[in-house]
Design a protein around this ligand. Structure first.
Ligand code: BTN
Length: 324
């Protein structure tokens, strides 16, 4: 906690020196204690310059998804204010679900450098190599019926696309219901899980995986065919801390819109980002396949398809393939 406070002071004074005496005064510590903390921070990857008579200056921070790094400079009111950070975990969704069952407040987040049992939609596996991507889950407690819960996955898709656009300067396309693609390959996915009574949601866990600095050839060949990462697309290594902070900001922003004005504005934004409008698509779910022209979203987030017969059908789950 103290190292975190020292880090905040160094970050607030970025580019300038702050003396051990000043840090000590703010935090009620001796200069020697400050020095010891600085030593520990250097060991965990912070580059801190120390100049006699001037003090300390932060030169660089490691791109680690730790509580300290995420907290420093996070511009939200409640999303990400409580962070549970793991080096490796089974699945951040599973952890967040357990925390929520034990009363974790709205906005609690779980983040991990790597996952051993990363979960994808429809019971699939989510490849989760360590130290290169973002795996995070957010607990929300909207007062909505379970039938409306899937609307929050579309909200998360919009927020994730906008966070990627802001930080990586690449705007992903959204494919229904919540795949984010760049150049036709998947860059991020969302898995929503919920706990509810018959007519009211207790909590929702929004799990978001973003492929950031992963090399495509580190993936199993079948996944590498359809997946990509921000580094593959931009040629640059992207700071994961900045991206996750922006992600939490966008989630809070769009969740506030959802709470105040309902699902309408989310649909409008989702349709702006979607590549599907007017395209001929095939949707498969379990053993059924439907084909038709994607018209957009229904008021509850279902996909509206115009079948070859002219009939309009609502699709609530499945995998979409774009035919033409
Ligand atoms: C999909 O597109 O199939 C959804 C992928 C969701 C992956 C994320 S990574 C963080 C969170 N924890 C999980 O186990 N899954 C989600």
């Amino acid at each position: 906690m103290i190292s975190e406070k020292i880090l905040n002071l160094l970050k607030e004074n970025r580019g300038e020196y702050i003396s051990g005496g000043e840090i000590g005064k703010y935090l009620d510590l001796s200069r020697t204690a400050v020095w010891k903390h600085i030593g520990r921070m250097r060991k965990s990857g912070y580059e801190i310059e120390a100049v006699p008579a001037l003090g300390y200056r932060l030169l660089s921070s490691p791109d680690l998804l730790t509580h300290a790094e995420i907290a420093a400079g996070l511009k939200t009111r409640y999303v990400g204010k409580s962070v549970h950070a793991f080096s490796t975990t089974d699945s951040t969704n599973t952890k967040a679900y357990e925390l929520a069952l034990h009363g974790a407040p709205e906005g609690t987040v779980v983040v991990a450098e790597g996952q051993k049992k990363g979960k994808g939609r429809l019971g699939r596996k989510w490849e989760s190599p360590k130290g290169v991507n973002i795996y995070t889950s957010i607990v929300l407690r909207p007062r909505i019926a379970p039938s409306s819960a899937s609307q929050t996955t579309l909200l998360a898709a919009v927020a994730t696309a906008r966070a990627i656009e802001k930080t990586a300067k690449v705007l992903p396309d959204i494919k229904w219901p919540n795949d984010l693609l760049v150049g036709g390959r998947k860059i991020a996915g969302i898995l929503m899980e919920l706990d509810s009574e018959a007519d009211m949601v207790n909590f929702i866990v929004l799990g978001i995986g973003i492929d950031v600095n992963m090399d495509r050839d580190s993936l199993p060949p079948d996944v590498a065919k359809t997946a990509t990462s921000l580094k593959e697309e931009t040629g640059k290594v992207l700071g994961r801390v900045i991206l996750i902070q922006e992600l939490y900001r966008q989630i809070e922003k769009w969740y506030e819109v959802f709470r105040t004005d309902g699902f309408g504005p989310i649909i409008t934004e989702w349709e702006r980002l979607s590549i599907m409008g007017g395209k001929y698509v095939k949707v498969s779910f379990l053993k059924e396949t439907r084909e038709g022209v994607a018209l957009g979203l229904d008021t509850d987030g279902a996909l509206l398809l115009r079948l070859p017969t002219g009939k309009i059908e609502r699709v609530v789950a499945g995998d979409v393939m774009m035919v033409r």
